[in-house]
Design a binder for this molecule. Structure first.
Ligand code: GRG
Length: 273
C-alpha cells in the first residue's frame, strides 16, 4: 500500500524496488551454491526457497531511496538482512519444535534439530561475511543486531527479572528479537546508499518503532487471524507459551498497568471512524 502511494509521486519507484528485490532474491537463492555438498546447499537454501514476505529487503531498498539507490552495496545489504532473518527462523523453529514454516516442512522437522541449528549458524556466518565486505560500519551493525536478536530470544526464555513489570519485559524482548533487525534494515539501506548520518540515524530509530508495531501486530494475529493470513499459524505463540502482549494484557487485567493499557486501547478504538 505504502509503495503504491509513494509510486504515485515517483512512477520509477515501483520498478526500482521490483528490480532490487529480484536482484536480492537471485543472490539469496544462489548464496549457498559455493558449498561443495548439494545436501548442504539444499539445507541452507530450504527456507529461502519456500518464500516469505521479504519485508526486510524491501525496507533496505526503501531506505536507499534517501540516497543513491543504484550504489553497489544496496542489494547486498538487502540480502544480508534476509539471511539474518532466515537464520533466526531456523533457530526459532528448533526452539518451538515447529513442524512447518511458509507452508513447507520446517528444517528441523525434515533434517532434525542438530542440522537445523548448524544450518542457521551457517546463514548467520554468511551474513557476517557479506557485511564485512560492505565496510566496518556494516559489519559492526550486523554483529550488534545478531547479538540483540539472540539476547531478545534469551530474555524471552528467561522471563522477567524479579520484580520487573511483565509489560516492560515484553518490550525489551521484542526490541531485540524483532525491532533490531527492522531498524538495521532501514539503517543499512540508507548507509549503503550514501545518505547523511542524520538520515541513517533517524531511519534506524523509525525502523525500531516499526519493528515494535510489527511484532505487536504479529502477536495479535496469533489470536485473531485466519490460519492462512500472513503465513502465520494461529495459536502458535499460545501453544508454546510465548508471553505476547494480548496475553499479558489479559493477565494484567487487575493491575494498574493493565488498566492504563486498556484505557489507551479503548481511546484508540474510539478514534476509529
Ligand atoms: C541466530 C540470529 C539468530 C537468532 C537466534 C531464535 C532467535 C535467536 C530469535 C528469534 C527471532 C524471531 C524469529 C523473531 C520473530 C520475528 C518475526 C515477527 C518474524 C516473522 O517475520 P515475517 O512475518 O516473516 O516478516 P516471513 O515469514 O514473511 O519471512
Amino acid at each position: 500500500f505504502l509503495v503504491h502511494r509513494l509510486a504515485l509521486r515517483d512512477p520509477g519507484l515501483e520498478t526500482r524496488l521490483r528490480d532490487g528485490l529480484d536482484a536480492a532474491e537471485k543472490q539469496l537463492l544462489a548464496h549457498g551454491e559455493s558449498a561443495e555438498d548439494p545436501r548442504i546447499v539444499q539445507l541452507t537454501g530450504h527456507l529461502a526457497a519456500a518464500g516469505g514476505k521479504r519485508l526486510r529487503p524491501l525496507l533496505v531498498l526503501l531506505a536507499a531511496e534517501f540516497g543513491d539507490p543504484w550504489r553497489d552495496g544496496v542489494v547486498q545489504a538487502a540480502v544480508i538482512t534476509e539471511l539474518v532473518h532466515l537464520s533466526s527462523l531456523y533457530h526459532d523453529d528448533v526452539m518451538d519444535s515447529a513442524g512447518t514454516r511458509h507452508g513447507v516442512p520446517s528444517v528441523n522437522s525434515h533434517w532434525g534439530e542438530r542440522l537445523a541449528v548448524l544450518a542457521g549458524d551457517l546463514l548467520l556466518a554468511k551474513a557476517a561475511q557479506l557485511a564485512s565486505g560492505l565496510g566496518a560500519d556494516a559489519a559492526a551493525l550486523n554483529a550488534d543486531v545478531a547479538g540483540r536478536l539472540v539476547a531478545g530470544q534469551l530474555d524471552e526464555l528467561v522471563g522477567p527479572a524479579p520484580g520487573e513489570d511483565p509489560v516492560d519485559h515484553y518490550y525489551r524482548v521484542i526490541s531485540g528479537k524483532t525491532a533490531a533487525l527492522l531498524g538495521m534494515s532501514l539503517r543499512i539501506g540508507a548507509q549503503q546508499a550514501g545518505a547523511s548520518e542524520e538520515v541513517v540515524h533517524t531511519l534506524g530509530a523509525y525502523g525500531e518503532q516499526l519493528g515494535l508495531a510489527f511484532q505487536i501486530a504479529d502477536d495479535l494475529l496469533d489470536i485473531t487471524a485466519p490460519t492462512s493470513a500472513m503465513g502465520k499459524e494461529r495459536g502458535k505463540d499460545l501453544a508454546v507459551g510465548v508471553a505476547s502482549l494480548p496475553v499479558l494484557l489479559a493477565r494484567a487485567d487487575t493491575t494498574r498497568r493493565g488498566a492504563e493499557l486498556r484505557e489507551l486501547l479503548s481511546r484508540e478504538t474510539a478514534m476509529e471512524p
